[in-house]
Design a protein around this ligand. Sequence first.
Ligand SMILES: Nc1ncnc2c1ncn2[C@@H]1O[C@H](COP(=O)(O)OP(=O)(O)O)[C@@H](O)[C@H]1O
Ligand SMILES: [Mg+2]
Length: 214
Amino acid sequence: MFINTAKKYSPQSLSDFIFPNAEAKDTVDAYVLGGEERPLIFHGTNGTGKSLLQRLIPNAIEQRVASLQVVKCADLKSADDIHDLYGRNKYFNRTFTIDGQRFNYIIIEEFFMTNKKMIDALKIELDQTLGTDLTILSTNRFEKIDYGIVSRSIDLELIPCEPNTFFPHAKKMFISEGIVYDDQKLLKTLEVTYTLRRDNRKYYQAIDSLFRTI
Ligand SMILES: Nc1ncnc2c1ncn2[C@@H]1O[C@H](COP(=O)(O)OP(=O)(O)O)[C@@H](O)[C@H]1O
Ligand SMILES: [Mg+2]
């Protein structure tokens, strides 16, 4: 059988997200439950859930599908672009947020900024919008990020889930599809996958392959 498990079984809400460790869970909880409002930087290798969390956290804070401004860092070309990103609602930004949300969300993917003027513009915006806008960055080049930005933020390295951490999620897919499959064999598949590539996406691909043999 053919199933695109990444499409069908990707976490739709934060409660489905597989946290790789307690630190990741605690950090995310601080935003959802604890009122943390500083910018958040997710870093780590590919397929660890950085982009996914950038979208799931706002929904969890708002308890509904949140309005987001999502940009790829490479599409920001100048300091003006940075100010425009934050400045769309400059006048009511200070007191209101879009749709009465707790925050305006600024999601910047593949964050990598070397232009000094842009970095300075971002620092200014992070300071001025603290409390009204929540900026969430993701990057796999954390060590290259300007320290002034790191200093203003909470940073969290997301690591790939270990096989036994991912196992319950994998098992759920089999149960949902009504397929009986040996737990040890399933765990073994996840372990082999983890040995080859430490990337959560690969677990879904391995499960797709298993389904194809059924
Ligand atoms: N921790 C996780 N829990 C569940 N699924 C995950 C997790 N991390 C990655 N995935 C799966 O991998 C896909 C790609 O993850 P993504 O967030 O785009 O990775 P990246 O860290 O490269 O931004 C997600 O859409 C989801 O299907
Ligand atoms: Mg990403």
